[in-house]
Design a protein around this ligand. Structure first.
Ligand code: HEC
Length: 275
């Protein structure tokens, strides 16, 4: 780890903990806590620990791996074999070779299986890293998303299968279920909603949807890890008291399709920094 990175991580811990303790103890008013996080983001903006994941992700892309001992350099993320720049801004999308609409993580797993010869289990290993066990998928996602930074989200949902996923995602967004009869919309369709002091975006409003979609993957201060939308959805489905979904499930892709389409034209600013 470079000096710059270790200094940034130390600073991160100091400022981040201060902000989080403020939230947890409730000693600060909600507004103060939100201000605190905004200030923290500002201070860290040029110094996002996600850079470490990006560096690791780039190396993982070029590294020969799996039983076939080849790299992912020929993986087609939708713009042709090996084209990384701009690919993330166009996901999820239909892939004719896999006959499936896929998000970034699903596509990476597919490439690991078909090109590197890995089993699904090996490809999905540590899909959500936790300190000790680093995730190759989260690192790859961080690097690949970063290669679309500054580009507009372009998910028109024009293929019939993309339209089907979009419709499924929209239905799911409004579908009420679980112990509390919540839908995504219960928490994410009003303006200035709060859940336990967190300002939650109104994902039915393109402005909020753009801000939300374009800032994932993100380095989560509270978790000390870069997380992808797969992980965020797991978290929200849990808050909705829904049964846990499998990694790379069609349900999550459908929700992502809906959110990405809502965010059309937003500018990718990932990996970002989040609470
Ligand atoms: C019980 C309330 C609740 C439900 C239900 C819920 N969420 Fe969330 N959601 C939250 C909270 C709280 C956050 C975190 C806000 C933060 O940390 O800043 C969040 C964050 C998000 C984010 C990230 C926003 C950002 O700007 O980073 C997305 C995207 C999202 N939710 C989508 C969904 C979807 C899709 C569903 C339905 C499957 C859903 N949520 C269900 C409460 C909920």
């Amino acid at each position: 780890m470079s000096t710059r990175n270790s200094t940034s991580v130390r600073r991160l811990i100091a400022i981040g903990l201060a902000a989080l303790i403020g939230l947890a103890t409730g000693t600060t008013r909600a507004e103060d806590a939100l201000d605190e996080i905004a200030r923290f983001r500002q201070q860290m903006a040029d110094d996002n620990p996600a850079e470490l994941w990006e560096t690791r992700g780039e190396a993982a892309w070029h590294e020969a791996d799996g039983p076939k001992h080849v790299s992912l350099e020929q993986c087609d993320l939708g713009m042709g074999p090996g084209v990384v720049a701009g690919s993330f801004a166009r996901l999820p999308r239909w892939f004719a070779d896999a006959r499936q609409v896929m998000d970034l993580e699903q596509r990476l797993v597919w490439c690991m299986m078909t090109q590197q010869g890995m089993s699904r289990e090996a490809a999905e290993e540590n899909h959500f890293g936790d300190g000790g066990k680093r995730s190759r998928l989260e690192a790859l996602a961080a690097w690949i998303a970063g290669q679309s930074r500054g580009m507009p989200v372009d998910v028109p949902a024009s293929h019939p299968e993309e339209q089907r996923m979009l419709a499924l995602g929209e239905r799911m967004f409004y579908y009420r279920a679980g112990r509390h009869d919540f839908s995504c919309a219960t928490c994410h369709s009003g303006d200035k909603q709060r859940v336990r002091l967190q300002a939650v975006p109104n994902l039915t409003d393109p402005k909020d949807a753009r801000r939300a979609w374009t800032t994932w993957p993100a380095y989560r201060i509270s978790q000390g890890e870069v997380r992808t939308m797969q992980n965020r959805m797991n978290d929200c489905l849990r808050q909705q008291r829904m049964p846990e979904v499998g990694f790379g499930s069609e349900l999550v892709t459908a929700l992502s399709m809906y959110m990405a389409h809502q965010a059309q034209g937003g500018i990718v600013d990932a990996p970002s920094l989040k609470r």
